[in-house]
Structure formats: structure tokens, C-alpha cells
Write a protein that binds this ligand. Sequence first.
Ligand SMILES: *[C@@H]1O[C@H](CO)[C@@H](O)[C@H](O)[C@H]1NC(C)=O
Ligand SMILES: *[C@@H]1O[C@H](CO)[C@@H](O)[C@H](O)[C@H]1NC(C)=O
Ligand SMILES: *[C@@H]1O[C@H](CO)[C@@H](O)[C@H](O)[C@H]1NC(C)=O
Length: 484
Amino acid sequence: MESFSFQQLRAYRTAAILLSLVLAVDAVARASYGAESSPHRHRQSESVAGRRWGGAFMEYAHGHVDARMDQQTKDERIVGGAKTNRTAFPYIVLLSILKDNDEFFCGGTLIDRQYVVTAAHCVLNSSVLVVPARSITVYAGSTLQKQGTKVGVNRVWSHPSFNFYANDVALLQLRSALRITPTVMPIKLAYDDTPLKDGSDLSISGWGSLSAGAGSVAANLQGATVNYLPNGCGRYKKPDYSEYVPSVMICAGCNAGRVDTCQGDSGGPLTTLSVSNGCPILAGLTSFGEGCADAGFPGVYTRLSSQVSWLEKQAGRVFRSQYAMAPPSTCDTCAGATKGKCGLAPGFNANACQIEGYLASAFVVRLKTCSKSATGASLPIEALFNPVSFGTFKPTGSVFFLRSQSEGSSTVNLGGVNVIVPLSGPVDFRNGTFYRSYWRTLWLPDADVPTRTCSNYYTYAAAYISSDKKFIQVSNTMRTTRSV
Ligand SMILES: *[C@@H]1O[C@H](CO)[C@@H](O)[C@H](O)[C@H]1NC(C)=O
Ligand SMILES: *[C@@H]1O[C@H](CO)[C@@H](O)[C@H](O)[C@H]1NC(C)=O
Ligand SMILES: *[C@@H]1O[C@H](CO)[C@@H](O)[C@H](O)[C@H]1NC(C)=O
């Protein structure tokens, strides 16, 4: 295997772009760029990344990619899928990204009304720098390219350890929160994907590649459902799969080929059902593959369960799903788009999904001003929903207030419901008291806190559980900045 220095790789890459602008989307969609993090820019290690990168560009230089492009007609987007509608895939968004004066397309997934997750290689330009936020436009809610609700981007985070292709993940903060509608719904990330077994069904969607240069993209959103193939990418038949790392990647496709993601689907969602049957759960992001839909060469997806903590940390929000995955196994479309028992993707309860999205964005928790008394200090904490209702859903139920000494993750049984909370170590909790429109409790200083003040000794959070116990929403963590 030849190896290349970073500088050489940059040269190869630049050459590829200059040589064939028509191939630009192909280059961007599946080849990846070096990694730079924002706002701190670190040059990546050159070893593995360099080989992969060099390999990709040797392909360009020798024309193999041209051959692949020739095969790629306009009908090949999500290969083997079919035109779909927004109610089946309300969480996908289209990203238009200006890089080096060309327009590129990627998929993305709404994981909150104001955040989109996509692939790192989508947001890096030919100088392997993160593109400015203003170069990215997000389109939501339409099956058509560059239609629907259009929104700009405030901030871009690209994973600092992205390295051809491990950690191929980036986060975008939108300029404004999108309204949840039947065609625009955020979904949550898989926190635990161990329910995925060989053959579990995972749905893919996207607009696919440009085949003739920037601007001529697939007209309609395509969808399909493939299988989790934990042993399908580890055979290292070709150099591309030598970069497959199961702990951070998911291998999915059809054993016989025919259905797959392809160039231009990068960054888009790989989803499965949840035990809530509300929103699907986001398990992965389209990352790379050898060819498209060839038997024995499935797609490789960023494994999001390995990225949840990084994503939550960047945004200061909780993105993990509270619900376990419930992947079906009889819904794949490997035998053809019209032969899937579940349509192009298994159905879910869209109304419940809208409520889940609403709860995530409307649950507000705040630490109030600390007050001191002879017995010590007390710290009130409040939680409410803003606005108070969503459609016919009224958020009645209980709020539990929690505290511990550190952030992290643990499962706590709150009134009979297991809730994944963003705290670690021993977690104290108590049921809040409901006043007309908010829940409240008062934390008193603990014997462990000798100063009897409101210090930042504890990390606080809150969890809402609906009366019927079907809906759970956890807040992000907070600490008091006050010390009295
Ligand atoms: C949209 O897709 C879903 C799921 O495949 C299907 O049940 C529904 O009938 C479709 N709606 C329209 C208007 O085509
Ligand atoms: C890549 O992006 C960086 C930072 O946004 C920018 O300064 C640079 O000019 C871009 N490179 C090219 C080749 O346009
Ligand atoms: C929490 O408190 C409310 C009253 O404030 C009560 O109705 C509810 O049952 C309590 N929940 C649990 C799980 O204890």
C-alpha cells in the first residue's frame, strides 16, 4: 500500500477537483477530506487517512471513478429505492454547501428543531477546512430539491478526530428553530444500538448524487429499507473496507446488493423504529462504500451511538433517545421497492413523534436565585413547558428533579419508569410539586457541602414523565454559577 504525505494528498485532491468538476459531487460525497475541527484547527494524523485518501485519488487518476460515474444514471440515487414522500421521512433535510465556488449536496437529519447532524466530510472543503456556516443552506419539508423551508446555519462543528472515515460526523446549529409539522419532525439519536442484530431493518433516504455537475440533482426524495449486516463490511475485500471500524461504523445493505445509498446521500439518515413507536431512532449517517449496491459491498454508516456524547457536548442539549430501539426484521426492500411488506420504510406513529419533538424543544428547566438562611442556603429549581400545550396534547404528569456530582449517563428508576439521565455517580431525585403551570422543588444544601452555600458542587437536571408514562423528556444539565 502506498502512503502519501498530507501535502501530497492535498495536491491530489485539488487536482481531482480541477480535472473534473463533474465529478466534484462524487468526490465530496464519498471520498472524504482531511479533518479539521472548528474552531481549533488541527492537522490530522497522516497514516491511515493518507492511505485512504491517496487510494481515492489514485482511483481518480486512473479513471476507475469515471467508470463508476458512467454507470451512474440519473435513476441511481438511493439505489434500488423509490420516490417517497415526506410523511415517511419527515426528519431528513437537504444541505446545499458552497465549497470552493461549487455547490455540493448532502443529506442531514433534524435531531432538534434547531440542530442538524450530517457527515464531517460534507462540511470540509478542498483545503480540508470547515466551510463557513454561511456557506450552508438547509432545506426541510419538501421531497423536491431545494424546495420547502429554507434556513441558514449559525454554527458548524466538525468532529476533531474525523480521519478517513472514522468519526464522520458534524453538527449544524440552524439560524432559527424549525416548526414541527407532519413533514418536519426532529428525531433522537440511538444511545444504545445493541438491539440491532444481523438482518435488522434500517431505513435509508436521500436525493442521491449529481451525475452531471453541480445543480442537476435527483428531483425527488428516495427511500428504501436495508439490513444491518454486522459481518458484511469486515471482509476487507477491497482497500475501502480496510477502514471499516465496527465500534464507530455500521455496515448495512442487502446481501444480494441492489439497494444501497450512493454518491450524494452522504450525511443522510439511517433509522429504525423505537419501542415508543413514536419517532424513529437515528442509528447512523451515510458515510462511504465501495461502489453502490454491488453484492458483497454494503454501505458504511457512522455509528451514532458512539457520537452522542460528543454531539450533546457541542450543543449543550440532550439528543439521545429515551426509548430502546425496536428494529423490525421483515420490512427490508432488498427484494425490490414494491416488495417491502412495510412500504419503503416501516411506519411509525407520526402524532406521537410530533409530541416527542415538541417536548424536546419546549421543556425548560431553570435554576432560580439561591437564598441563604440560618440553616443554610436553598436553591429553587423550576420546570415548565413553553408553550403549555401542543395540539391536543397537554403535558400533564410528573417532573422529577435530579442532582449528582457529575455529568455523564445513568439509568434511574423514576416512579416506575427507567429514565436515562445525563448525570453520573449517585443521583438524588425528587418529585416536583406542580403549581398552575410549572413544577418546582427546593434543594437544600447537603451535609457534604460544608459551606452551606449554593455552590456549583452539584449538577442538576430534570425529567418529565407524562401521566400515561408514554412520553419522557430529560433536560440538559446545569450548574449554579452563583455562590453566596
Ligand atoms: C407516504 O408514505 C407513507 C409511507 O410509505 C404512505 O403510507 C403514505 O400513503 C404516503 N402518502 C402519500 C400521500 O403518498
Ligand atoms: C476552505 O475554507 C476556508 C475556511 O472557511 C477558506 O478560508 C478557504 O479559502 C477555503 N478553501 C478554498 C479552496 O476555497
Ligand atoms: C409526583 O407528585 C404528584 C403530585 O405533585 C403526584 O400526582 C404523582 O403521582 C407523583 N409521582 C410519583 C411517581 O410519585
